[in-house]
Design a protein around this ligand. Sequence first.
Ligand code: URA
Length: 435
Amino acid sequence: MSYEPFDAVDVIRTKRDREELTKEQIDWVIDAYTRGVVADEQMSALAMAIFLNGMSATEIQQWTQAMINSGERLDFSSIVGAGKKIATSDKHSTGGVGDKITLPLAPLVAVYNVAVPQLSGRGLGHTGGTLDKLESIPGWQAYLSNERTLEILSDEGAVICAAGSGLAPADKKLYALRDVTSTVEAIPLIASSIMSKKIAEGTDSLVLDVKVGSGAFMKDLDYAQELARTMVRLGTDAGVKTTALLTNMDTPLGLTVGNACEVEESVEVLAGGGPSDVVELTVALAREMLLSCGIDEDPAEALADGRAMDKWRTMISAQGGDPDAALPQARETHTVYATDSGVLTRLDALSVGVASWRLGAGRARKEDQVQAGAGIRLHAKPGDTVRAGEPLMTLMTDTPERFERALESLEDAYTIGKEYEPQPLILDKVSTEQQ
Ligand code: URA
């Protein structure tokens, strides 16, 4: 048996007793957990101690570095155009309902000669996953070798694919454990989880979309601001120019929640149309990504003139997808009608996200399959006038026995009243310069 310099019980006790972990303890515990020497139940206790007692800025930085060191680092420095290295910029969202922004955003930013590596994940729980959405396009492949990822990035300027298993493997193991031990919503753990993957990926700049509201991990603005500041500091200290927008997630983004239906809406945005909130956020995030690479241009132009759509088509084709193929449709639908007349004053993101998940658009366990056609189409958004008897939303699934549980989640999902107070979509910005 190999010699271990620490004992997991001592490390847990240190955090339980609100003391600071040393760099040596952190390096060891992350490495030993990845090797299987620290057991899941010990890591669960440590995660709960961190959840309850927090971590100092130094501990968070060392924890993040230890997770980066658990795997490989990618290198995008070989991407060149006209003899010059091309800057890479990535976007990461903390997860929301109807959040399809990566789909129009990646090709849009690539139009401006910025390379966009979007190493993405799958949905777990009520928030959707970018790969699940894109897999509804016939032929599209999520899994690429590192060599092919670099090749597509060089040729097309953007690639959206599955993050390889070599990137921060400690986080993969720990995130799955946090998911089943109610220790996800802790700032040190969320910040280190997201930033370890992004720093290991090797992007030059990063724009974070930190969601705030009922459909997000962070329910209130103060907490979200602290998370944003923590992540921006981690990125900046690692030499990644990092900016965070804090954005409203009290109501779903756009008019679709699900998989194929979100791809369809993203294509509408790329064609110069689409719901105004999806367009506003796509353009705002694209602008931040361009600014972080020193490019001062208005990305709305490339949506309007079709250049972003051209990029989308080549990007999807490069991964085997057919951008012209019909998208899957659910076999069964069920419409929910407004019970009163008035103004829709509230449409709760969490309730709609859970309903879509129960219809089959999301998974409860990572092994589950998602249904490409499942989800919800919204016919009204907060601020819209509705009449009693008019359709409010259409539920879609291949398995109609799922309607009952989805409808349960929608029982208190909306309010029809008189006065509507419009909410801003972009609530705040935290950037490297403010640190
Ligand atoms: N997304 C991640 O990658 N990690 C977290 O901890 C939360 C959201």
